[in-house]
Write a protein that binds this ligand. Structure first.
Ligand SMILES: Cc1cc2nc3c(=O)[nH]c(=O)nc-3n(C[C@H](O)[C@H](O)[C@H](O)COP(=O)(O)O)c2cc1C
Length: 383
C-alpha cells in the first residue's frame, strides 16, 4: 500500500486541492448553493446530490484522488476494528444510508448510518433545522425520521462490504411514533433492530439519548431502566462491538452511574455525546425546538470524555463527538481519552474537504509531539 503522505507529488496535490475545496466551499458553494436555501431544503438537496453522484464512478475516483489523505500514523485499531484513520461521520446526517460511497472515497475512517428504528418513522413536523452560524451550530429537531431498520440495515451491510477502506457502523434508536408504549415496548423496539444489525456492520451504536422524541429519554433517566434495556440486548448474539450514544446534559455522578451499568453488559464503547440541551448564554428564539450541535457541545463533551477516561480507563473505547472544527480540537478530544473522533456540524459549515483538513492536521500534530500513532496519544492529558 502506498500512502499519500509518502509521495511528494501526491501529497502536494492533496494539499492544494484541499485548500481549493476550502476556498470554493466558503466563497462559492456555501453562499450560493447551500446557505441561500432553508436548512431543511439544503439538507434534502445534499442527500439527493449523494444519491446521484455515487453512481458516477469517474467522479468518485476523482474525489478519492483529490481528497483522500492516507498516512500510516493515522491508522488505528480499537474494539477489534481496524480504521484507516480515527475520523467518522456521527449519527444523524445519513439516516437512510445514502452517503457511504461518497464518504468512503473522500477518505472517512468510518461512518455511522442512522439513527434507524424498528418501524419506519416520519419524525417531527418540519422545520427540522435552524442555523446558528454565530455559534457554528445547528438546532436539530428531526425526531428520528428514517426508513426503518429493516430497510436501512441491509443498505448499511452492502455499503460496508463494498467500501474500499471505510468501516460502517449503524446507530439504532427507539421508534418515535404514536405506537410508543411503556418501557417494555421500548426495549422490544431496540431488540428488534439489534437482531437485524447483528453481524451486518462493523459496529452498532445504541442511541439512548435522542432529545427530540415524545417518549423522552426513559433509558437514561434511571440506571435501572438502562440495565433492563441492556439485559435484553445482551440476549442478542452479535460479533461486532457495541457503542452507546450518551447524553450530554447529565451531572457527572449520574453519568457515571449510567456508565457503571453499561460496564456490566456487552458494551465495548461509548460515544460522547449527543446534542446540547442547555441554551444558557445563547441568544436563540424561544419557539425554536430541538437540541444544539457544534460549538455549544464542545467543552461539555470534552469534559465528559476526560472524566470517562479517567474513571473507566480501558473498559470503554471512547468515540468523542461535539464541536470538532479544527485538527487541534480533534487532537484535544484524543488527548482527553477518545480513540475515535466523529463530527457532523463542521462538514455542514466548512465543507466536504473537512475530513482532509482534520486528517492532515492531526498527522502533523502527532508528529510534532513525537507520537508514532493515534493510539499513543489517547488520554495523555488525563491524570
Ligand atoms: C442534522 C443532525 C441530525 C442528528 N441526528 C442524530 C441521530 O439520529 N442520532 C444520534 O445519535 N445523534 C444525532 N445527532 C447528533 C450528532 O450525532 C452529534 O452527536 C452532534 O451533532 C454533535 O456533533 P457535531 O458538533 O460535530 O455536530 C444529529 C446531529 C445533527 C447535526
Amino acid at each position: 500500500m502506498s500512502y499519500v503522505s509518502e509521495s511528494f507529488w501526491h501529497d502536494a496535490v492533496n494539499k492544494a486541492t484541499c485548500d481549493l475545496f476550502t476556498f470554493g466551499y466558503k466563497h462559492v458553494v456555501k453562499p450560493h448553493f447551500v446557505f441561500n436555501h432553508t436548512p431543511d431544503v439544503a439538507h434534502d438537496q445534499m442527500i439527493e446530490f449523494c444519491r446521484v453522484t455515487k453512481n458516477i464512478p469517474p467522479l468518485m475516483w476523482l474525489l478519492r484522488e483529490m481528497l483522500d489523505y492516507t498516512d500510516p500514523i493515522l491508522e488505528t485499531e480499537t474494539m477489534g476494528v481496524r480504521f484507516a484513520n480515527p475520523f467518522g461521520l456521527s449519527a444523524g446526517l445519513d439516516k437512510n444510508c445514502d452517503m457511504p460511497v461518497l464518504l468512503d472515497h473522500a477518505g472517512f475512517g468510518f461512518e455511522t448510518v442512522g439513527s434507524t428504528t424498528s418501524r419506519p418513522c416520519a419524525g417531527n413536523p418540519k422545520p427540522w433545522f435552524h442555523r446558528l452560524p454565530e455559534y457554528d451550530s445547528m438546532m436539530v429537531h428531526v425526531g428520528l425520521a428514517n426508513d426503518g431498520s429493516e430497510t436501512v440495515i441491509p443498505r448499511a451491510e452492502e455499503a460496508w462490504r463494498r467500501a474500499k477502506a471505510m468501516q460502517v457502523s449503524v446507530s439504532i434508536a427507539r421508534t418515535n411514533d404514536a405506537q410508543c408504549g411503556d418501557l417494555d415496548e421500548g426495549i422490544e423496539d431496540y431488540r428488534i433492530s439489534m437482531e437485524r444489525a447483528a453481524g451486518r456492520t462493523a459496529m452498532i451504536e445504541v442511541n439512548v439519548s435522542c432529545p427530540n422524541t415524545h417518549a423522552g429519554e426513559p433509558f437514561t433517566q434511571t440506571p435501572e431502566a438502562l440495565d433492563r434495556l441492556f439485559t435484553a440486548l445482551d440476549t442478542v448474539e452479535r460479533p461486532q462491538p457495541t457503542l452507546v450514544k450518551m447524553p450530554l446534559n447529565k451531572p457527572w455522578p449520574e453519568f457515571r452511574e449510567l456508565l457503571q451499568v453499561l460496564a456490566e453488559h456487552n458494551v465495548q464503547g461509548v460515544s460522547i455525546a449527543n446534542l446540547q440541551k442547555d441554551r444558557t448564554g445563547l441568544e436563540i428564539p424561544r419557539e425554536w425546538e430541538g437540541g444544539l450541535s457544534g460549538g455549544p457541545t464542545y467543552r461539555a463533551s470534552n469534559a465528559m470524555v476526560a472524566n470517562t477516561y479517567r474513571e473507566f480507563g480501558d473498559r470503554f473505547a471512547i468515540a468523542g463527538v461535539g464541536g470538532v472544527f479544527t485538527p487541534e480540537q480533534a487532537y484535544a478530544k484524543i488527548r482527553s481519552g477518545a480513540s475515535l473522533v466523529m463530527f457532523i456540524s463542521s462538514l455542514m459549515y466548512r465543507g466536504p474537504q473537512q475530513i482532509t483538513v482534520l486528517k492532515r492536521g492531526l498527522a502533523r500534530l502527532l508528529r510534532r509531539d513525537g507520537f508514532d500513532s493515534v493510539a499513543e496519544a489517547v488520554g495523555v492529558d488525563v491524570d
